[in-house]
Write a new protein. Structure first.
Lengths: 478, 478
């Protein structure tokens, strides 16, 4: 940006959707491209994704999974091997029909998800119970031909990780499915400062081809829910479609049990919409592209010495925190403060000639605006401490928001009113009938986000009044 | 692998190509898939790629570049904006023609390289000299419809990084092009232990659309060369095709100058073919997926205590080195030694009951087979030291091989004989005429690998005899 003027961000309270597009574009996280539904993730946004990747990858590896890379292409015949799967994904597939100047004999799907190609290989790799469990993850791009798209939240091409595991028993597969859901839950809460609600999806929202789908759901600042990660128990559906069998210890050949689970660049949308402020972003320190922005206060006489000292301070802190300094001449300190606040940097370090004389620097938190003066020789311990505090405060704030916006209702009328006026999660009894679920969706645009693991009580179904219905989480969602 | 028998590796000296496929497949680095020319990179191979990525990414960032992510798709009209570029790549493009059930209005190329899509965005991002230099890199998959493919070396889909930079002047662009070539050179030598020859490509081997292409070339153990990385000075070719202009400090609007540069999963092929042994792999410690394999020597009576101690030792070393222990019951220590040697692990740690009593472990180097006994409390310093030694020895050995197989010839007859019987690099004068270059290729299958930066002498052209021809590097290549 070469303009000296700040570009305006539509205030969040005025128009949440416009605010979202404004902060994403003006902070230079991402932008539209000329290709329908495809975005470009710019360096500032990609740095956030790299941090998300690194921290989640560590958790995926700690639980015994290893990364691999499978082909982008899935021959049409492979995609068709699991009936529900192809039915669910066919409408969204981008098809390659030509290679160079020649038409292909069989058209190739660009992976919308990789079960089909991976299962075709697993059917060769898995022979004996000794080959199990097979615990593999992939970081990759996938393509789904979406009609309505939104930066990060729903794009034709997106980046994600997809785990694909094979097990000896149904019990093991179920354990893995829930374990990885919990990995997502801890990751969201501890690294992204996003509290989530975990539970099972209804049949309507189930992954195409899965036996059961679990999800973690987060609440955005506008009261809409966002599915932040899913974990699927695939049962033996794909094993039967792709013939994945193993010789068990008892010498009997058996079909294997499988899982798959994934999170995507959607998470970036969640980070923005959970933590964003009225006119800017706010990144949790653990994943923030820049944790500390150093801004020098320059006057002609002391300019050189301040810059020189700031360079030293930054170089010294670089091992400990992600710090950058903004020493650009063409902008005032005030302009820079605004700029980096808009970009969601959690902590600012200011250094002027008077600070230098006193051998101190000023630190300013983005959340509380609290200013503290810290001796230079204590920055290295103080900054990480404050960053940890900010991270905790962000989680706490998001927890409170989730709690305050999770409501229990007594009647369908109350449900409709709550969804319409307050949004948030609404806990209400549901009998389990897809027709009741559908009716709620049509009339209120709210969907069942999850059937919680922890029993939330029982009552008469919101819609049909049937008794002994379990309480589930409803919300309007992205 | 559940078999107790070792699968045979064709000896390298017997049949290099079969050896290559054997070590790649039997070490479980990668395998073929049912999709023509596409491979699957299995966890052991992908772990190597992750190390390669991490170390190169660090170098790319240290030189001021930031990562981003651009779309997989390039509309046909964009690809056509630079005439030479589309001519070069069109025969290799995979085309998407359908999204879901609908035919697209304009077909989309799957990126064979991303200049076109990136330049179309840069034309919007670059407005002023203050926006320059623009230094962006991308890690991504690309697709080229290849006729003949080989695991890692030439596959329809492959993984790579591609840097795309924009500069104010031709001098800056040239500096960047050479700087990144040197980053590749240092990376190959210091991290991969692969010495390379750097220089300029001839017009025939130039990147489609570039002004000048530079490359680093390595020598494989079979005497064939392999292009390990390329760096292109794009001049203003793309800036003019895509209208990338900036307002310079003198208020004059000018076309920008650009570069692009990349290395790919091909590098893994180079690592295998430079360092591989007669019947197995050999990975340089800095990138080895497993640096140390710990093998317990188990007897019934002492089994538990040895395993318990080994677990402790491994847990303690894990912070310092990439160590794994192979405590599988169904295999003998001897079998495991062979297995991990085949898989190229540079150092083995053995621990038996007698070692334990003496509070020591045995370390065995893969290159020298040298066995040393090390007190347990010194493992943490000794292992990194030995790994560094192995890394240096590998580079030294590869350097000697390169030196011994770089020959100067006096006549075309001698050239032909050398290329046919000894392979390696052959230094010979070339007048600069593409016809002479073509003749050599047709008659000997050798190509000019690079025109070296350092003057290697002059003489009469190998083919036409013209005087004052500069000496260049010829070789048969992958």
């Amino acid at each position: 940006m070469s303009e000296l003027e700040h570009e305006e961000i539509t205030p969040q309270s005025e128009d949440f959707s416009r605010w979202y597009v404004d902060v994403v574009r003006k902070s230079e996280m991402a932008d539209y491209t000329s290709i329908k539904g495809c975005m470009v993730i710019k360096p500032y946004g990609y740095a956030l994704w790299e941090n998300v990747q690194r921290l989640l990858d560590r958790r995926i590896k700690k639980t015994g999974h290893r990364n691999a890379y499978f082909p982008l292409f899935i021959p049409e015949s492979l995609l068709k091997k699991e009936a529900e799967h192809v039915e669910g994904f066919a409408p969204e597939v981008a098809w390659v029909t030509h290679g160079g100047h020649n038409e292909l004999e069989e058209r190739l799907a660009i992976r919308p998800t990789s079960e089909a190609i991976i299962c075709s290989l697993y059917s060769k790799w898995v022979k004996s119970y000794r080959d199990l469990p097979l615990l593999i993850n992939q970081w990759a791009n996938v393509v789904r031909w979406e009609k309505v798209t939104r930066l990060f939240l729903r794009t034709t091409e997106f980046l994600w990780q997809e785990g694909h595991t094979v097990h000896r028993t149904d019990v093991e597969a179920e354990e893995e499915t829930v374990k990885m859901l919990n990995v997502y839950k801890s990751f969201a809460e501890e690294d992204l400062a996003i509290p989530v609600i975990a539970g099972e999806k209804t049949a309507r929202e189930r992954f195409a081809g899965a036996l059961r789908t679990y999800a973690v759901e987060a609440l955005m600042a506008d009261g809409k829910a966002l599915q932040a990660g899913t974990s699927h128990n695939l049962g033996q559906h794909f094993a039967k479609g792709f013939n994945i069998k193993f010789l068990d210890e008892d010498q009997v050949e058996k079909f294997a049990w499988q899982t798959s689970w994934g999170v995507s660049t959607r998470l970036i949308g969640a980070i923005i919409m959970v933590h964003g402020r009225e006119t800017g972003l706010f990144f949790p320190p653990r994943v923030a592209p820049v944790q500390v922005i150093a801004v020098p206060i320059l006057f002609d006489k002391t300019r050189d010495v301040v810059l020189e000292q700031l360079d030293k301070i930054v170089a010294d802190l670089e091992e400990t925190v992600r710090i950058e300094s903004d020493a650009r001449d063409s902008y005032t300190p005030g302009w820079k403060f605004n700029e980096w606040e808009m970009k969601g940097v959690p902590l600012r370090l200011e250094l002027g000639p008077r600070d230098l004389k006193a051998e101190q620097a000023v630190l300013v938190r983005l959340d509380t605006r609290e200013k503290v003066t810290v001796p230079l020789d204590r920055l290295k311990t103080e900054i990480p401490r404050i960053l940890t505090e900010i991270q905790q405060a962000m989680l706490e704030r998001a927890r409170q928001n989730l709690q305050q916006n999770t409501r229990t209702v007594g009647s369908y009328a109350e449900f409709q009113e709550t969804i319409e006026q307050q949004r948030g999660f609404v806990l209400a009894p549901w009998c389990g009938n897809p027709a009741c679920e559908e009716k709620v969706k049509e009339e209120t645009r709210a969907t069942i986000r999850v059937i919680p693991f922890e029993h939330k009580g029982q009552g008469n179904c919101l819609v049909c009044g049937q008794s002994n219905a379990s309480v589930v989480y409803f919300a309007r969602a992205y």
